[in-house]
Design a protein around this ligand. Sequence first.
Ligand code: ACM
Length: 264
Amino acid sequence: MKVAYVQMEPAFLKPEKNYSRAEKLVKEAAEKGAKLAVLPELFDTGYNFENREEVEAVASQIPDGPTTEFLIELAKELDIFIVAGTAEKDEKGRLYNSAVLVGPMGMGYIGKYRKIHLFYREKLFFQPGDLGFHVFNIGIAKVGLMICFDWFFPESARTLALKGAEIIAHPSNLVMPYAPRAMPIRALENRVYTITANRIGEERGLKFIGKSTIASPKAEVLALGSEDQEEIAVVNVDLELAREKRINEMNDILKDRRPKHYLI
Ligand code: ACM
C-alpha cells in the first residue's frame, strides 16, 4: 500500500486558495498511487493567529462545513483517503485544532480528532481536544490520528498503538527542530508507520521547518522533505511489519509492557 505526505505552504486566512493548493498536490500523490495522503495541521487556514476573532472567521464545522466538504469531494474524485488538519468551530462556537479523515467511494466523512496537547499560543484560541486518541479502521489499514505537538508526549503514539494503529497520521506545523529526529523513534517503539506532514514558510515572523517525514517500524526514514519547498512523497508501506509486535521469539513490545511499574 502506498501512502503520502503533502508538504505545503498554506496561505494565511485564505481557505479557498489553500483548497486549490491542496488539490493540486493530493492529485499528484494519487497519480503516483497513494491510497492515503496526509496534509499539514491547519492546512486550510494557516497557523499564527493574532486573536480568537481571526480563527473564528476561518474555522468551520466538521463535517458540515466547507473544508470537510472540499476534502470529501477530493477523496471521491481521486479515490484516496485523506487526513488533513483544519480549524474547527463546533455548534456552540468552541474552537478546536482538529484533523479530519475522509475516504473515497462514497465513504465521505469518517472521523475527526481534536488536538489534545496544545502548543504555546494555541492555548489562547483553541479548546484542548476532548475526543481522546482514536484509531479508524479504513479497511486497507488502521489509522490513528495525532497533531503536531502531540509527538512530544510519547503517550499519544503509545495510546494509538495500543488501540491498534498500524499507521499514525500526523498533520503538523512544526517550528522546533526535533520532530523529524523523534518520529522514527515513535515509529520504532510502537512498531507503526508514522506520516508527519509538515508545512513550510513563515507567518508573522514564525518559521516552519518543513522536513515532513515518513518513518517505518524499524526507525527507517522512508521519506524526508526539504525545508522550504512544497512537495509530496509517496512510499510503499508493509503493514505486516506494523502488525508484528514481536521483535524476537521472546519479546513482544506491547505485551512486554509492565504498566504497574509506570507512573501515568
Ligand atoms: C505545533 O504543535 N504546531 C508546534
